[in-house]
Design a protein around this ligand. Structure first.
Ligand SMILES: C[S@@+](CC[C@H](N)C(=O)[O-])C[C@H]1O[C@@H](n2cnc3c(N)ncnc32)[C@H](O)[C@@H]1O
Length: 198
């Protein structure tokens, strides 16, 4: 099944990041800048010892997250994205690592996990497994910030892939009895949810 072809996703994102340094215009789009500002609003003034950014892409959100972090691990499946990110961020607090959320695991825990516009590339089966893994990566009392577009059932980036959107993805985490929701907002095009590990 196409959703299980991990190489296809890697190739797709490698191509995107090879063609453009910022394929999602995170640095220039007012929409993206507003979204990231709203996403970190609830952690303003806080400092986290160990931070994980999932699907860091070219590192644009990494810059925003750094002031909240003593140490950051930024993971992405695309080597090209990580190459861009490494060129952009040179800070001894930050480590970049190539990792596929669907197939790979991590053996450490985090106080803050940030996951923006990543989980709709997974099918429902993969999403269930990945959500369990992400929850497991959170320390007790740790914070999870999820940011995803409301693209329920739509085709992703004009491809043949139909994806779950923020209602399904965030709903899945909110149903977990290991997490409590401390903030949840549904904007016109996206949803931001902040949860804490019990
Ligand atoms: C749409 S971009 C989002 C980038 C950034 N987080 C943002 O909010 O703009 C999706 C990113 O997630 C990464 N990604 C997609 N599926 C992944 C997976 N299974 N494991 C790790 N990274 C993945 C892609 O390589 C890409 O960099």
């Amino acid at each position: 099944m196409i959703t299980h072809c991990r190489w296809l996703f890697k190739t797709y994102f490698n191509f995107k990041y090879r063609m453009k340094p910022d394929p999602y215009q995170i640095n220039t789009s007012r929409y993206e800048q507003t979204k990231i500002a709203k996403s970190i609003e609830k952690i303003r003034g806080q400092k986290f010892q160990n931070v994980l950014e999932i699907g860091c892409g070219a590192g644009y959100h990494t810059e925003f997250l750094l002031p909240f972090s003593d140490r950051m691990l930024c993971i992405d499946n695309s080597g090209e994205a990580l190459k861009r990110a490494r060129e952009k961020i040179s800070d001894e607090r930050v480590t970049f690592k190539q990792l596929d959320l669907v197939t790979d695991n991590l053996d450490e825990k985090f106080d803050l996990i940030f996951c923006s516009e990543v989980l709709y590339y997974l099918d429902l089966e993969q999403l269930h497994a990945a959500s369990a893994r992400i929850i497991d990566w959170l320390n007790t009392g740790g914070t999870l910030i999820l940011v995803h577009a409301l693209i329920e059932g739509k085709y992703i980036e004009r491809s043949i892939l139909k994806r779950p959107g923020a209602r399904t993805i965030h709903g899945l985490f909110m149903e977990s009895d290991q997490l409590c929701t401390i903030y949840d907002t549904i904007e016109k095009f996206y949803r931001i949810t902040v949860l804490k590990r019990r």
